[in-house]
Design a protein. Structure first.
Length: 168
């Protein structure tokens, strides 16, 4: 019999079961589902905020990366320009040094030529002087008389000038 009472439908028990279930639903909604749903909503909002922040951070990082890449490209351009300037200055300096050395060499060669001409003329003058003296002494001994030194010198210088003109 105890089993029969469980299987029988009792309208009072159904009403109390439904009332209890509805009270339980109201209590669960107020004290459990409300806070749980509010917590889930807050969590959803915080996740959305984190995703938004992550998106902003990604966009900002992309902008910073572009900025740094641009700065790096500008720095490379600047370095290449500086290297080019250095090379051109070095080439210019080298060209100036070569030109200066060439001018100095030409100047030294001209000075050496002028010195050679001066020394040749000096040696030629000394030889003439020696020839004049030797000729005077030889003429003096040949003639065995002493003529005026100035006349002999003039005569010999003319003769040497004639010989010089013929040789040149």
């Amino acid at each position: 019999m105890a089993q029969d009472s469980l299987l029988q439908v009792s309208p009072g028990l159904i009403i109390w079961t439904v009332v209890t279930f509805l009270i339980l639903l109201v209590l669960l909604k107020k004290f459990v589902w409300g806070p749980v749903i509010a917590a889930v909503d807050r969590r959803e909002e915080s996740l959305k905020a984190m995703f938004d922040e992550a998106g902003k951070a990604r966009d900002e990082a992309g902008k910073l990366l572009e900025k740094y890449e641009q700065q790096l490209a500008e720095a490379r351009d600047e370095v290449n320009r500086m290297i080019g300037d250095g090379k051109s200055r070095a080439k210019k300096t080298a060209d100036e040094l070569v030109e200066k050395a060439r001018r100095e060499t030409l100047d030294m060669a001209e000075k050496a030529k002028a010195e050679i001409v001066r020394e040749r003329e000096k040696a030629s003058a000394e030889i003439r002087e020696d020839v004049v003296r030797i000729s005077l002494k030889a003429a003096e001994q040949l003639i065995n008389m002493k003529l005026e030194d100035a006349e002999h010198r003039e005569f010999i210088e003319k003769a040497i000038a004639q010989i010089d003109a013929e040789v040149k």
